[in-house]
Design a protein around this ligand. Structure first.
Ligand code: HEC
Ligand code: HEC
Length: 331
């Protein structure tokens, strides 16, 4: 290497003094701006690894002075959403149910929340779309055919306490078996029941069955078979079947009645979620306004005069004997 810097004549640039086959290496320093940018990124990198999680350790990594973590971010985000919903949840828990449908924002919130409550807790029995399972005892919640009532209040009541379970306020009733009846009589009743929905039937037999129906069934199902919501006795005249409308299915219900069981949700979900999911169900299409239908009201009052749902009392069956414990009635 030369002692004094040597200048390349052609470019006027200093050379490094290295020569290969007469070709000299020029000494061109990095531009200032590039160098400073480079130093700045090094500095940035160092500061970053001090402030944020960076260096891998045996288990985990350095956490950084700022204590930032993506998981923490998510938790904070969830808390923010919950806080902003806390007020709505509070109002939902306390509002007079009758006023809920008219309260636009709160009602929308309830229906939204109710949709996910339904998906998580109800869809396994009632179906993801709430259409129930035909003739399996899991009712369709989309239509306006209600066993126990379709006002928001009645739905909340059904959901909170459930049906035929251990909750003290559970909805309860039991259809007695009619296996003691003579085969011909049963047959005539079935023809009558099918005639109520306009299904194929023997008119003669149905006529004779009408009297038997009046004596044995009208106490619960109503004189005209329109049902009674006080005791969850289905409307038999609407061609909508909980357990099937074929001759065999009706006969089977008469010989060995099956009963739907639904768990109570009040304690498991809490008041806000019970109301939310009820608002969702109420809004699916069949929800009724608070004022009950006058026709059904009369039927209900007529039937309410009956001593109780376990008629006829003298038969004295227990729930076990009548299959009231069929939690999942399979078809
Ligand atoms: C284990 C199955 C099961 C689950 C889970 C279930 N239900 Fe039910 N549900 C039933 C059965 C069976 C009936 C019909 C009972 C009967 O025959 O009276 C019913 C009836 C109802 C009724 C009354 C319908 C009417 O016509 O009056 C409503 C409302 C209802 N369920 C809503 C819900 C909601 C909301 C949830 C979720 C929080 C839910 N159910 C979860 C089985 C279930
Ligand atoms: C003590 C009240 C009671 C009496 C009496 C009674 N039922 Fe019922 N019945 C019910 C109840 C409650 C159900 C709903 C059972 C369930 O959860 O599926 C029902 C269900 C039915 C069903 C199934 C309806 C459907 O949608 O699939 C038929 C059919 C029926 N009853 C016919 C009769 C006939 C016919 C008689 C008279 C011989 C009669 N019931 C007497 C209470 C009664």
């Amino acid at each position: 290497m030369a002692d004094t810097p040597k200048i390349d004549e052609a470019t006027g640039t200093e050379t490094t003094g290295h020569t290969w086959d007469g070709i000299e290496e020029l000494n061109t320093p990095l531009p200032r701006w590039w160098l400073w940018t480079f130093y700045a990124t090094v500095l940035w990198g160092l500061i970053y690894t001090i402030l944020f999680p960076a260096w891998p350790l045996v288990s985990g990594a350095t956490s950084g002075l700022l204590g930032f973590s993506t998981r923490g971010e998510v938790a904070a985000e969830i808390e923010r959403v919950e806080l902003s919903n806390a007020e709505l949840t509070e109002s939902l828990t306390t509002i007079d149910l009758a006023a809920l449908p008219a309260n636009g924002a709160l009602h929308r919130f309830a229906v939204q929340a109710g949709r996910s409550v339904f998906a998580a807790n109800c869809s396994q029995c009632h179906g993801a779309g709430a259409a129930g399972v035909v003739a399996s005892g899991y009712p369709n919640l989309l239509d306006d055919d209600w066993l126990w009532g379709g006002t928001l209040e009645e739905i909340v009541n059904t959901v909170r306490h459930g049906i035929r379970n251990d909750d003290v306020d559970s909805r309860y009733s039991e259809m007695p078996p009619f296996d003691w009846m003579e085969g011909g009589e049963l047959d005539r009743i079935v023809h009558h029941v099918r005639s109520l929905s306009g299904l194929d039937h023997d008119a003669n037999a149905a006529d004779q069955g009408a009297a038997l129906f009046l004596d044995n069934c009208s106490a619960c199902h109503g004189e005209n078979g329109l049902g009674n919501r006080d005791i969850g006795a289905p409307n038999l005249a609407d061609a909508i079947w909980l357990r099937g409308g074929t001759h065999e299915a009706i006969l089977r219900q008469l010989m060995a009645p099956r009963h739907g069981v639904m768990p109570p949700w009040g304690e498991r979900l809490g008041e806000a979620e019970v109301r939310a999911v009820s608002a969702y169900v109420h809004g699916l299409g069949g929800g009724e306004a608070q004022i009950a239908d006058p026709v059904l009201e009369t039927e209900a009052e007529d039937a309410a005069a009956v001593p109780d749902a376990t008629y006829p009392a003298e038969a004295g069956e227990t729930p076990e004997e009548t299959g009231a414990d069929d939690v999942a009635p399979a078809e």
